[in-house]
Design a binder for this molecule. Structure first.
Ligand code: F0G
Length: 425
């Protein structure tokens, strides 16, 4: 009897099937590739194993919160490039829940990954696949976090890394990481969408592995954000999962994670997914408003540079997520983003601006009565506060609501006392 392969890679556009160790990140027809998981074991067996690994702190892959789920990620044997990553915390804070207007709000902080964003979950899998497929170098276009993460994993794997980022539009922490980890960093005079077009061309021409989220293995890794969260909740799904949306890789990965978890019986009920865009970078929101009849491209601009994207590559698969989960897409202004960020930061948690879009979006949806006050909601904080120090300094450089400007003084006790008196309630 022949055993069924437990993972196939298929083009969503033309149906072409590729081997798992194909060096291609996209189909020759230009379509997006998808990894179809066909696990050989039952959901119950897998769930028990995932629990055991979590309890023991799995020694074989050093306790990674991604590779704990390895039967459902990348098939085959070989080296694994892991930092490790994942195992991020869930936070419940009254100050944030009160601000959003919910009784049960949980923040999953993906900024606690090794390079400070959720990208590490996808990058450990995509880099591992690239190494096994014999890649000589890796490349990506990025608004900053993908490049920081890819640079770190490439350094660990001993692969040259080539990064394309929009000149002048990448937050300082992220650019610093790409340089520090040794990636060849190209500051392209153009926006993220231009960078992506260029890296698609360049990776084909140079024979370099493309590690953007069009690469199906990135999404496989990012599924574990959802699985780990479900596991942390004893596989009791929340009513809603809210996340920021740019290139739509994560929205797509979340839908796939929920589809597979439900298919395996790991969860009985599928939470609704709410993808939140910045108003100045809202092509997916616009499309949602037409019932996904039309697809939009916009000239993007927002303070949340991570999601400053006008032409999201994973549009089609993200539509599937929203449809299958009875989800929705909302948009928030830069003002709402910065206010929500100040609340998350002020609660001692902290996140980068794009992450705060999830919190701002949840608040808006509660105010509109779409999310009910008693619903349980998990909002995903996608990146660390220190990614974007300029955003913090600009916000707190002025006086006003939620602002905390620094005070320069002479080195005199009297000055210290005067300031403290002024500030005490
Ligand atoms: N949040 C952060 C902090 C991000 O860096 C990104 C994407 C997103 C949310 C949106 O996720 O693109 O999957 O919809 N950053 C990419 C990058 C584009 O290059 O780092 P998405």
């Amino acid at each position: 009897m022949t055993r069924r392969a437990h993972c196939l890679v298929v083009c969503a556009a033309c149906g072409t099937q590729l081997p798992v160790l194909s060096p291609r990140a996209q189909c020759a027809c230009g379509g997006l590739l998808e990894a179809l998981q066909c696990p050989r074991e039952s959901g119950r067996t897998l769930r028990d194993r995932f629990e055991r690994r979590r309890r023991l702190g799995d020694r074989t892959v050093a306790g990674s919160g991604v590779w704990r789920f390895r039967e459902l990620l990348l098939p085959g044997r070989g080296p694994i490039v892991t930092h490790p990553e994942g195992n991020t915390s869930l936070y419940q804070r009254d100050a944030v829940a009160g601000y959003v207007g919910l009784e049960d709000l949980t923040l999953k902080h993906e900024g606690e990954n090794p390079t400070g964003s959720f990208k590490d979950r996808g990058m450990t899998v995509a880099t591992t696949q690239a190494v096994r497929a014999g890649a000589a170098a890796v490349a990506c276009a990025s608004t900053g976090n993908t490049s920081a993460s890819m640079a770190a994993y490439a350094a660990q794997a001993g692969l040259p890394a080539l990064v394309f980022v929009p000149a002048g539009k990448v937050a300082a922490g992220k650019l610093a990481q790409a340089l520090a980890y040794g990636a060849t960093t190209l500051l392209v005079r153009g926006d993220f969408d231009t960078c992506l077009r260029l890296v698609r061309e360049a990776s084909d021409a140079l024979g370099v592995a493309l590690l953007n989220s069009i690469n199906p293995w990135r999404l496989e890794g990012q599924k574990t954000i959802v699985w780990e969260m479900l596991q942390q909740r004893g596989w009791d799904p929340p009513d809603w999962i809210v996340l920021p949306a740019g290139a739509l890789g994560n929205t797509s990965a979340f839908g796939k994670a929920l589809r597979e978890a439900h298919g395996l019986g790991l969860i009985r009920r599928v939470p609704r997914v709410a993808s939140i865009q910045a108003r100045g970078a809202n092509p997916f929101y616009r499309s949602f408003r037409t019932g996904f009849e039309k697809r939009y491209r916009v000239q993007a601009d927002t303070v949340a540079t991570a999601i400053r994207i006008g032409d999201p590559a994973s549009h089609d698969r993200a539509v599937r997520t929203i449809r299958e989960t009875r989800g929705l897409v909302a948009q928030v202004s830069d003002r709402e983003i910065l206010e929500a960020k100040a609340v998350v930061d002020g609660a001692g948690i902290g996140c980068e601006p794009a992450s705060a879009a999830a919190v701002a979006g949840a608040r808006q949806l509660v105010r509109q009565g779409v999310i009910r006050k008693r619903d349980s909601v998990v909002a995903v904080l996608t990146g660390h506060l220190l990614k974007d120090p300029e955003a913090v300094m600009t916000f707190h450089g002025r006086r006003g609501h939620l602002r905390n400007p620094p005070v320069e003084i002479e080195p005199r006790l009297a000055d210290v006392e005067r300031i403290i008196k002024r500030r005490s309630p």
